[in-house]
Design a protein around this ligand. Structure first.
Ligand code: G3I
Length: 317
């Protein structure tokens, strides 16, 4: 039977997964499936600042480079994740009280070093991640506090200078529906565009639950599309209260199918990435007590109804 990536190719869509590098190294089945099923990959952790620059000025590209090599061998496009975020920052950055001018230089240098290192080899960069609160106000982060809201436009300009060919994305969660947060993202990207800031797309993470799936996802994707932006589903998973049962697995399959359908119905929705593809390795149980089973395959790599639903949706259209 055709793999997900073969089915997705017919739609000009890349289908992707976040990659856990420890699993890629240790687990041959994980490695095989990552290569065969997906046409784009995202580093789950190894392109984050704390991993790349654990000591100031001392970069460690080894794990990220290993993923780049894997992707090249398998004909996969890479989503770069992530340049500007408030989580997984190196300790040296959190522990020192830098002046605004110093911090701005540090951020600029980080973007030039990182984007420059991978120049020409990254398809999409998540330039700014999770900058908004649920109510649509800007999140109180080290970047906002010290640099003011202009850090967002600066980050896109720097990233574009460092790699003019990469597609530059704003990425966030809980912006699947039309809501206060996605309205704020919409206003941001519209204003960035109006100022000539180089932004190419909006990444919608889609960390979802079986109980409360989005209801206005397509309408929301389409308004970004009409602005002339690409969209991408960047981190899809659909968690449930454990243990799984037939009804929950069915509901999960419906959510995956529907959000994929929303992407396929949006002209410039260019990739659909899941945040891991097997329940064997998932961030969910560690973060949401009593929840899990959020991925397409179970812990033994057996397809769940969600996997079949994704295949069927790709095959049907
Ligand atoms: O690598 C260290 C290891 O050396 C150490 O011994 C161990 C002890 O805690 O931690 C390991 O690091 C963990 C890392 O994942 C790698 O496994 C961190 O503690 C843990 O916090 C980290 O979690 C990641 C999380 O981001 C942290 O922000 C998840 O794997 C990752 O899936 C998750 O991904 C985020 C996206 O980047 C942005 N959107 C939301 C998404 C889910 O939270």
């Amino acid at each position: 039977p055709p793999t997900l990536r073969q089915l997705a190719a017919r739609h000009d869509l890349r289908i992707g997964t976040a990659v856990d590098m420890a699993a890629l190294d240790a687990d041959p089945v994980y490695r095989q499936r990552t290569g065969s099923e997906f046409s784009t990959v995202t580093a789950e952790n190894v392109m984050k600042w704390e991993v790349l620059e654990p000591q100031r000025g001392q970069y460690d590209w080894s794990a990220a480079d290993e993923l780049m090599t894997f992707a090249r061998r398998h004909g996969q496009a890479v989503r770069g994740h992530v340049l500007v975020w408030h989580n997984q920052l190196p300790a040296w950055l959190n522990e020192t009280d830098f002046s605004a001018a110093e911090l701005r230089n540090i951020l600029r240098q980080h973007i030039f070093d990182t984007v420059g290192h991978f120049r020409g080899r990254i398809w999409q960069w998540d330039v700014v991640n999770e900058a908004f609160n649920e109510d649509g106000t800007l999140r109180d982060t080290i970047w906002l506090r010290k640099l003011g809201p202009g850090y967002i436009a600066d980050a896109f300009r720097w990233a574009h200078q460092a790699d003019p060919k990469a597609k530059l994305f704003y990425n966030d969660y809980n912006i699947e529906d039309v809501n206060a947060k996605s309205d704020a993202v919409y206003a941001l990207v519209k204003s960035l565009r109006a100022q000539g800031v180089p932004i190419d797309g909006v990444g919608v993470q889609a960390h979802l639950t079986v109980d409360a799936p989005p209801t206005t996802f397509r309408e929301n994707l389409k308004r970004f599309d009409r602005l002339g932006l690409d969209t991408a589903i960047t981190e899809a998973d659909v968690r449930m209260v454990l243990p799984p049962d037939a009804a929950k697995l069915r509901a999960q399959a419906d959510v995956y199918r529907d959000i994929l359908g929303d992407c396929l119905a949006t002209r410039h929705c260019i990739s659909f990435t899941v945040w891991g593809f097997t329940d064997k390795y998932s961030w969910v149980p560690g973060w949401f007590e009593g929840e899990g089973a959020a991925n397409l395959l179970d812990e033994n790599y057996q397809p769940k109804p969600a996997y079949d639903a994704v295949r069927a949706e790709l095959a049907a259209r």
